[in-house]
Write a protein that binds this ligand. Structure first.
Ligand SMILES: *Cc1c(COP(=O)(O)O)cnc(C)c1O
Length: 387
């Protein structure tokens, strides 16, 4: 166990110790445990202060109004609330949604559900690099279109979509623009006062915060007719009722502030790790890095090795190195990546694709060791195949 190396940061990150401290400080009688909606007493008031300070701190990092942030259970819920919320709220205006075939399942399955109740959805196809062009988006818009939903960074390839450019192009159109920023938040600069995005999903556990917490940014929340998924005690302006998890919110806000403060250093560290790993992997013949290698986050590498299936490599390394065959949601079932398939990648390269992702707590020594072991195992598996 002690010698195992975790290279699956895109599935989830370990929590920052700083955020753990904040989280643990909001649980017991001596601390900030109370229901933040219990404003009749001082306990509740203190909890409410902590929640609102956390909201303000997150809003400061994003340069948006604190009142436009709604706490949810994570990016899955945020995506559901954004997409179903707009679809149901604006159904009388139009019933067409645009997204891409390389989105996270939390977006794709939400769109499939909406199709089952009468909406129509256009799934744009990315090119071989992973890109969706502005022209593709604009030419898919009809008088029926109410929403465009695209991710900023792909969770399997790390590809960075030019969200800024798409947002600016959509400003002239009468449609809402939702961005799934689960993989990019805290890793790339994002200024919501400059980028005209209407709705944005974040998830705490992708930026070293706790699991089970995230938020949805809704620009000018008071003016948008978002239909809630849940009904209850009216928290979060009725858009997301339920007792707010003070500890998770505080932990997430600490993690988010830290990620913003250390963004440049984290990025530079990931670039160094990426460089070291790709250099080692390139010692092998028949190595294919999937997707554009320039417009991507350095902390995610998607790679296929000729003649090697993803499963055989992942299993061979299982006791030493944690890597995956793409999204955590699909693993278990041996299913080829819908993201790579959408990009037009086929055959061995599709079935051989593994995702190696790392982050703030990955050391250069760990990457060097992992790179060496991957090279050895690929070589061994290829020799076995020859026998
Ligand atoms: C992880 C992830 C999600 C889901 O987030 P949860 O908080 O785990 O529900 C959605 N979209 C992308 C791009 C992700 O990487």
């Amino acid at each position: 166990m002690a010698n195992q190396i975790y290279l699956d940061y895109a599935a989830t990150t370990p929590m920052a110790p700083e955020a753990v401290l904040t989280l643990c400080g909001s649980l017991t009688l001596d601390d900030n445990f109370a229901n933040p909606a219990s404003l009749q007493h001082a306990f509740g008031e203190r909890a409410n202060d902590l929640v609102e300070n956390s909201r303000t701190n997150m809003a400061t990092c994003l340069n948006c109004k604190p009142g436009d942030l709604i706490f949810t259970s994570g990016a899955t819920e945020s995506n559901n609330l954004a997409i179903k919320g707009i679809a149901l709220g604006y159904r009388s205006k139009g019933q067409h949604i645009i997204t891409s075939a390389s989105e996270h399942k939390a977006v794709l399955d939400t769109c499939k559900y909406l199709e089952s109740i009468g909406f129509s959805v256009t799934y744009l196809r990315p090119d071989l690099e992973g890109q969706i062009s502005v022209e593709q988006v604009l030419s898919a818009i009809t008088s029926e279109t109410i929403l465009v939903s695209l991710m900023q960074v792909n969770n399997e390839t790390g590809y960075i979509q030019d969200i800024n450019q798409i947002a600016k192009a959509l400003e002239q159109e009468d449609v809402f623009f939702h961005v799934d920023a689960a993989q990019s938040a805290g890793k790339l600069p994002l200024d919501l006062s400059e980028t005209p995005i209407d709705l944005l999903s974040l998830s705490g556990h992708k930026f070293y915060g706790p699991k089970g917490i995230g938020c949805l940014f809704v620009r000018n929340r008071k003016k948008i007719n978002l239909t809630p998924l849940l009904h209850g005690g009216g928290q979060e302006h009725g858009l997301r009722p339920g007792t707010l998890p003070t500890h998770q919110i505080a932990g997430m806000a600490t993690a988010f502030e830290l990620a913003n403060d250390t963004q440049k250093a984290d990025y530079a560290h990931a670039v160094a790790l990426q460089h070291a790993l790709t250099k080692q992997l390139n010692k092998l013949d028949g190595v294919y890095f999937n997707g554009d290698q320039e417009h991507k986050l350095p902390n995610i590498i998607n790679v296929s090795f000729e003649q090697i299936s993803a499963d055989s490599l992942i299993i061979a390394l299982r006791d030493e190195i944690a890597i995956s065959s793409g999204s955590a949601c699909n693993s278990g079932a041996v299913e080829a990546s819908h993201v790579l398939r959408a990009m037009g990648i086929e055959g061995d390269r599709l079935y051989g694709a593994v995702r190696i992702s790392f982050g703030r707590y990955t050391s250069i020594e760990e990457i060097a060791w992992a790179g060496q072991r991957i090279v050895e195992e690929v070589t061994r598996l290829r020799e076995l195949a020859l026998e």
